[in-house]
Design a protein around this ligand. Structure first.
Ligand code: DX5
Ligand code: ZN
Length: 219
């Protein structure tokens, strides 16, 4: 099965964001990953819903929103209104996760849950039937370029087993530390959607080559 590449614009050169988004599409990216950070759930601060019309001005690729915020319920309506195609919330920030996921799906958006490295797969049990995506963090969320926590390979395998036993068709997305060296292990474990920031935007031969370098690692 082919892979889905979702470059994170967190690593983009914001003085040339439009041009870089177009280069992502030219390089063959499948989705655009939007890392929303509020400076509370994670210690970094990125952007809010205003980023959606900027992205959509330069590509028609699906927009994949990753909410690393303390209160995702407050922001979800604006991202839905802005035309997000996927919205992923952190289980660690959702006391009413069942309702939050219902709200995303009833609005016609695909729904995902993200698990920080220490959060067990079991936390998905009661909402597995509401999931289109499970995001496994490959490192501690907040910044690009941090490297890969090697134990996350086995965790991806546990998520894959869990989803299979539950009869779920949700896809597994890995975000954080995905490079040409680490992506194969995540793929072998069952992931099919890959977020990458520094490996793409930092590629020596440019963004389009960065996308292609990841596409080629699993053939
Ligand atoms: C959460 C962010 C980062 C970023 C990926 O911390 O979501 O994981 O997108 O950054 P890289 O690919 O450079 O690890
Ligand atoms: Zn992300």
């Amino acid at each position: 099965m082919s892979i889905i590449l979702a470059p994170s614009i967190l690593s983009a050169d914001f003085s040339r964001l439009g041009e870089q988004i177009e280069a992502l599409e030219q390089g063959g990216a499948d989705w655009i990953h939007i890392d929303v950070m509020d400076g509370h759930f994670v210690s970094n601060l990125s952007f809010g819903p205003f980023i959606l019309p900027v992205v959509k001005k330069h590509t028609r690729l699906p927009v994949d929103v990753h909410l690393m915020v303390a209160d995702p319920d407050a922001l979800i309506p604006a991202f839905i209104a802005g035309g997000a195609n996927w919205i992923t919330v952190h289980v660690e920030t959702c006391p009413h996760l069942y309702r939050t996921l219902q709200g995303i799906r009833v609005a016609g958006c695909k729904a995902g849950v993200a698990l920080n490295p220490a959060t067990p797969v079991e936390s998905l049990r009661e909402v597995v039937h509401l999931l289109d995506l499970v995001l496994v963090l490959g490192n501690n969320p907040g910044f690009s370029g941090q490297g890969w926590i090697s134990e996350m390979g086995a965790k991806i395998g546990r998520v894959a087993d869990f989803l299979k036993r539950a009869g779920s068709s949700a896809m597994i997305q890995v975000d954080g530390g995905m490079t040409a060296q680490t992506l194969p292990e995540a793929y072998q474990a069952g992931a099919r959607v890959f977020v990458s920031g520094s490996a793409i935007f930092g590629h020596p031969n440019g963004i389009a080559e960065g996308v292609k370098s990841l596409r080629n690692v699993v053939g």
